[in-house]
Write a protein that binds this ligand. Structure first.
Ligand SMILES: Cc1ncc(COP(=O)(O)O)c(C=O)c1O
Length: 362
């Protein structure tokens, strides 16, 4: 029987041909496809502007440089991909961690603003929107950068993630809900000045061909990648619907396994996009081994919370015990396979294996 991978990007001839055509017909850097992709992505998210860049990490870094967080603090979660916090450091700021709720997102009731707080960066973890209303309430008049790198298309109270705060940042890394056929990222905003600053920062700090009035980066999305992304974007809603449907199927099949905590399927107002389908259980590693032995790949997002990563422990003098919910989830979270081309029969096979495992080990 074939192994079931944890994820698999959709790559079609149409996407490959769109990239090839862009290479043949357009400027290789900053060609027409880049601007069309930005326009279409901004329209999809519901913002006035979108500026494409070369990764999700760069999207976050440039967003925070534009917000001028240098020598200030940015509140964020320790339970995310490490780039969430590292981007704050690259922008000259200091990450201040706040522990999470049971759904893995930042806990608004633990947010404490200080005179040094420049911004808050919630992450819509696994494609599940963070509690944005409560975050805004806990931090009025504070800039909000949404790390929407896992949440392309997710909806919170009628708005797409990435259009709720001051700035939204997305990644197009190939495992994400949509990709550009390589690394890439995009920043969304309704603020014209921020949009102009971020575009300038991404393009060597240029005001014109030979004039540079800020210290910029070379962080542009290549034309061929933008052309690829335009085709992907047209499929995003269908793929997200498929992810939700597969997630419902998992949850229906696993609902009686008392040893497992299942992820929320959302509500009328909160529509997740299941970048990942993550269950929580106390014997995570043993269950992962059982699935691996039987041909099912799994992953752990994330086995080491950011504050316990070696670089952070050393520089910020952090250690275990500070963010208990994050530390707990780092030992219990298990990501099961989920991607648009996954078949319902494959979900059945995975669920049968989990049910068998707990019949023997429960
Ligand atoms: C939550 C989160 N933030 C930031 C990033 C960084 O994006 P990239 O890998 O495109 O730099 C990722 C993706 O890997 C992510 O999942």
């Amino acid at each position: 029987m074939d192994r079931i991978p944890i994820t698999k990007p959709v790559v079609t001839e149409e996407m490959i041909e769109a990239s090839a055509q862009a290479l043949r017909d357009e400027r290789i850097v900053l060609g027409e496809s880049v601007f069309k992709f930005e326009e279409e992505f901004a329209r999809y998210i519901g913002t006035d502007y979108a500026i494409s860049v070369s990764s999700g990490t760069d999207a976050l870094i440039l967003a925070m440089i534009a917000l001028n967080v240098r020598a200030k603090e940015v509140i964020t979660t320790p339970f995310s991909f490490v780039a969430t916090a590292t981007s704050i450091i690259h922008a000259g700021g200091t990450p201040i961690f706040v522990d999470i709720l049971e759904d893995g997102n930042i806990n608004p009731s633990l947010i404490r603003l200080t005179r040094e707080t420049a911004a808050i960066m919630p992450v819509h973890l696994y494609g599940y929107p963070a509690c944005m209303d409560e975050i805004i309430e806990a931090a009025p008049d504070t800039r909000i950068i949404e790390d929407a790198c896992q949440a392309h298309g997710a909806i919170y109270n009628g708005k797409r993630c990435g259009s709720i705060g001051d700035i939204g940042c997305f990644s197009f890394y190939p495992t994400k809900n949509m990709t550009v056929g390589g690394d890439g990222g995009i920043v969304t905003t309704n603020d014209k000045c921020l949009a102009e600053d971020i575009r300038k920062l991404s393009n060597c700090g240029r005001t014109s061909r030979y004039e540079h009035d800020v210290f910029g980066f070379t962080s542009r999305l290549n034309t061929a990648n933008a052309a690829f992304g335009r085709v992907q974007l047209r499929h995003l809603d269908d793929w997200n619907e498929r992810r939700r449907s597969l997630a419902r199927h998992y949850s229906e099949r696993l609902k009686d396994v008392s040893e497992i905590k299942l992820p929320s399927l959302g509500t009328h107002n909160v529509v997740p996009v299941f970048h990942l389908y993550v269950i929580n259980c106390n014997d995570r590693d043993a269950l992962a081994n059982h699935l691996a032995t039987n041909g099912v790949d799994t992953a752990t997002h994330y086995p080491i919370p950011i504050h316990l990563q070696p670089a952070y422990r050393e520089v910020y003098d952090l250690g275990p015990g500070k963010y208990p919910q994050s530390e707990h989830m780092s030992t219990t979270a298990l990501s099961l396979p989920l991607f648009p081309e996954l078949e319902y029969e494959q979900v059945d096979r995975i669920c049968d294996l989990i049910i068998d495992y707990y019949e023997e080990n429960g």
